[in-house]
Design a protein around this ligand. Sequence first.
Ligand SMILES: NC(=O)NCCC(=O)O
Ligand SMILES: [Zn+2]
Length: 609
Amino acid sequence: MNGSKWMIKESLEKNAQCSFLWGGEPVRLTNHMVEKVGHYSIYVSSSKINDGVVGLGGLLMDAGNNNVMSWCSSRDFILSLVGATLLAVRLALVKVVHFKWANISIHLDAKEIVHKLSNKSIFGVANMTIAEDIFLMNILIVLEPFCDAGIVYGESACGAASAYLSKILIKGGTVVNAHHQEVADVYIEDGIIVAVQNDIMVGDDVRIIDATGKYVMPGGIDPHTHLAMEFMGTETIDDFFSGQAAALAGGTTMHIDFVIPANGSLSAGYEAYVKKAEKSAMDYGFHMAITKWDETVSREMEVMVKDKGINSFKFFLAYKGSLMINDDLLLEGFKKCKSLGALAMVHAENGDAVFEGQKRMIELGITGPEGHALSRPPVLEGEATGRAIRLAGFVNTPLYVVHVMSIDAMEEIAKARKSGQKVIGEPVVSGLVLDDSALWDPDFQTAAKFVMSPPIRAPGHGKALQAALSTGILQLVGTDHCTFNSTQKALGIGDFRKIPNGVNGLEERMHLVWDTMVVSGQISVTDFVRVTSTEWFRKIMYFVLQGKVEVTISGGKVVWENDELKAVPSSGKYIEMPPYNYLFDGIGKTDAEYLSSLRAPVKRAVHTV
Ligand SMILES: NC(=O)NCCC(=O)O
Ligand SMILES: [Zn+2]
């Protein structure tokens, strides 16, 4: 390391200013540490332009810190590159998105870059988005000198493969995303998709998976799970390893779990879940439940959003006496979510009425699992859904309704969406494909397996939910995976109120949605990707070969192949949830319209009597 980094920085600031002014947001050059000064360096800075397209610029330096060339648009720059260099630059960009704000260092084929820069083809006109969700970032790419080995990725120069990188080429499959499908190769390096294009050439150190005749699609993202959850006097049998191993076996490669506060404390709850998640085998994120309200909770919500990457908060309108909150708290929570730009979520059942329903069943001598469903009928789900929607509308904040199980709740969502309100409805796989008949099974153990809240409904509800999913009234499918074994379920023998609520689904969700929705012709293959994966979180880091799942890739590693699951404890990664800004578009305008519609306060003369 020598003092040249400062000269480079100075030169960069002088010579490449155009690259730092997109969208009126100057890109600040921070942390530019040149680890490998000596050959060539590319400095790149980028920002998101107003129209959402990524802009990027920088300059290329040679070993003597002479300015070789600066450029102002990565789109142009990227389009002008080919082959190994293109892959390397794309890898850099995707890594920046993935690792957020990080400075990175990679090796490029310098010859090609210099050639492209010197013949100025970099300034060609282009109209392409390189990657979504890049906001402000700085990246640093260090070039090695003219390396003859061709493609060089990783730490070592000139072809020596770096041991820690996993490189996979999925060849010849039909690549499906949420909007279109095409036959293409997918090249993955170190957990990141570097390129999706035809006929990608790779070296011997790349593992090739033949996907001819198969679908290649993003791994599933389950937006609703409860792993290692302490609930109803026990703890779910699936923890962050066993639950995730099940998920990977079924083609789900990321999930979002609900942090439950510890005695109302969000920070203590968060710490506890960080510990629980240490054994993770795949990527995961967190929502958080809000179970009480005071100044500390309000302050801690802010900390969760700003420091911990938690951007969604769930309010339980059921479970009186434990997790349930009242309307007063719900309104406070909605207001806080709105002020933070966080997404409010509800478990929508009228907990007071459920309590009444439970008493009624016990008085009638109905103590078995069927009493669970009878005590909390669809009308109570519909009421709570409608109420939450109306209160969210009153506060003017977006709302996400978890586990929509009944026609009653679904119709409330349909009505609200039709009126333009921002309401998202999540069916879960159990509600889509099962009915309540098993709850009447004479065998307690069999019946108790199906106890969850809101309950799995009578035949007819599931079909209606499927139709709502296919027409867009409901948007994405979760599981509410919350598993208890038969010993735990037996806590409720003689009193259904004590049966721990929850069913499985993490492993089964992808296949069941495929069979129920795609094979039946209710949704397309691209819709499948949308409702099981991308609708929650637009990322493409994890791929499965779908149909019958044959290969699942998570974090760049093949974790499921030939009926063999290779889930590794503690290999998972925490993914911070992004701010859901798009959901808040137009909220300010509606607020302003509301205020002007009040025609108040009326100015009145003060009369003295
Ligand atoms: N759904 C369920 O029965 N158990 C998990 C907790 C919840 O989401 O209500
Ligand atoms: Zn849940």
